[in-house]
Ligand binder design. Structure first.
Ligand code: HEM
Length: 401
């Protein structure tokens, strides 16, 4: 690790940091767990502090300046109570364990289609573009109740949005957010005008019915649609890709997944802990807050580094070791955030990952590396851009797709 002056323990922009932020997080946790960053915000790295503040209802997201991503203030992600309560209630019913049973079947169907195509092309594929993205995107389109339109546009816009939501976006990144938000809002509006084509059983029809009764504003319909369109495939795609890379590099973990149902959930949770897709969540203080021996005034931005918390050795001994048998009774990872804004789609995310991991391990005996991995990490998102893999062949007579 290259050295940085004490006044910048967390050089979010540096390529070195982005390639591997974890040694920096560890140093910040040791030297200044409540760190006043040169950029002006407070960055927290200890599990105990991050978990406590994720659940602190005095903190605001509504008062944070989202800049060009301001339309997201009209979704649950950008609203405080009481608006958050309505905007979240609209979403929750789509992600109950019962509802997710339906989406799971959709994921399986899309995966089967994608795998049939991969097999017909010889079994080598890019886990990002050929598998994770189409499967998760098509599933979320089914949930919204629309045909899978504009797949490439959504992917590009989501990535640009994620890149611009970092700690110190460049002019170019901010211009990317403006373009991405214009695209999303324009596209959401377009879908609304085409709503007669939407499935009556989908999220879009339900949002429009609430607009008709005055329970949601038009901006809230567009904001919610934009949010689900954007988040419905991004992080879940990274979870799937991180898991497949793990299976390729450690076939013994793929075999454990295949052979022992009792460890499957733990393998997914450990994947989320060790390679947390969203590195942090952001909040604003509305009143003075004391964390440890540090007093933070009202009106300050907090960067709660959930990814650093997930590697806190006080809570997860040997935190850099992938150990799906570790004792998690003391604390759970924070990859889905927590509290009011804790991820609305986490049941779906786990179900989609389960469908992919089970099918790949049972039907194909896992995957093998087939080329160099490329990364697209920003300070906010931990991502893989390309992961070339080949399907395993132990099953010489794969079950029909
Ligand atoms: C592995 C996959 C996923 C990860 C790691 C993840 C992570 C997160 C995190 C960290 C938050 C908290 C944001 C905050 O507190 O500011 C969040 C919120 C949210 N997530 Fe996810 N997410 C995933 C998948 C999904 C999926 C598949 C959906 C829906 C289709 C979804 C929908 C949402 C929504 C609607 C919120 C906002 C909730 C609120 O503010 O009340 N997520 N997610």
């Amino acid at each position: 690790m290259s050295t940085h002056p004490i006044d910048n323990l967390l050089p979010f922009d540096s390529p070195d940091f982005r390639a591997d932020p974890y040694p920096y997080y560890a140093r910040a946790r040791d030297l200044a767990p409540v760190y006043r960053h040169p950029l002006g915000m407070w960055v927290l790295t200890r599990y105990e502090d991050v978990a406590k503040l994720a659940y602190d209802r005095s903190l605001s997201v509504e008062q944070i300046d989202f800049g060009p991503a301001a339309p997201l203030h009209d979704s649950a992600l950008g609203a405080d109570v009481p608006r958050h309560t309505t905007l979240r209630r609209v979403l929750n019913k789509w992600f109950t364990p019962k509802a997710v049973q339906t989406w799971r079947a959709h994921t399986q169907r899309h995966l089967d289609d994608v795998l049939a195509d991969i097999v017909s092309r010889g079994g080598t594929f890019d886990a990002v573009l050929d598998l994770a993205y189409p499967v998760t995107f098509r599933t979320v389109c089914d949930l919204i109740g629309i045909p899978p339109l504009e797949a490439i546009g959504v992917r590009t816009a989501t990535y640009d949005l994620g890149a611009g939501l970092g700690t110190n976006p460049t002019e170019d990144e901010l211009a990317g957010v403006v373009e991405a938000m214009d695209w999303f809002v324009g596209h959401a509006e377009h879908l609304v005008t085409l709503h007669t084509a939407a499935s009556p059983d989908g999220l879009l029809s339900s949002l429009l019915a609430m607009e008709a009764t005055g329970d949601l504003t038009h901006e809230e319909v567009v904001g919610t649609l934009t949010l689900i369109f954007a988040v419905g495939h991004l992080d879940i795609g990274y979870l799937i890709v991180h898991g497949l890379r793990l299976f390729a590099e450690h076939p013994e973990i793929a075999r454990a997944y295949r052979d022992d149902e009792s460890v499957r959930a733990a393998i997914v949770e450990e994947t989320l802990r060790i390679d947390t897709p969203e590195q942090f969540i952001t909040r604003m203080t509305t009143q003075p807050v004391t964390v440890g021996d540090v007093d933070i005034p009202a009106g300050e931005i907090l960067i709660l580094l959930i990814s650093a918390a997930n590697k806190d050795p006080e809570v997860f001994p040997d935190p850099d070791v992938f150990d799906f048998r570790r004792d998690n009774s003391k604390a759970k990872h924070l990859a889905f955030g927590g509290g009011l804004h804790g991820c609305a789609g986490q049941v779906l995310a786990r179900a989609e990952a389960e469908v992919v991991f089970r099918t790949i391990t049972e039907r194909f005996d896992g995957v093998r590396p087939a080329g160099p991995v490329t990364y697209g990490h920003t300070d906010f998102i931990r991502s893989i851009s390309h992961l070339p893999l080949t399907l395993g062949t132990a099953d010489a007579d794969p079950r029909p797709l």
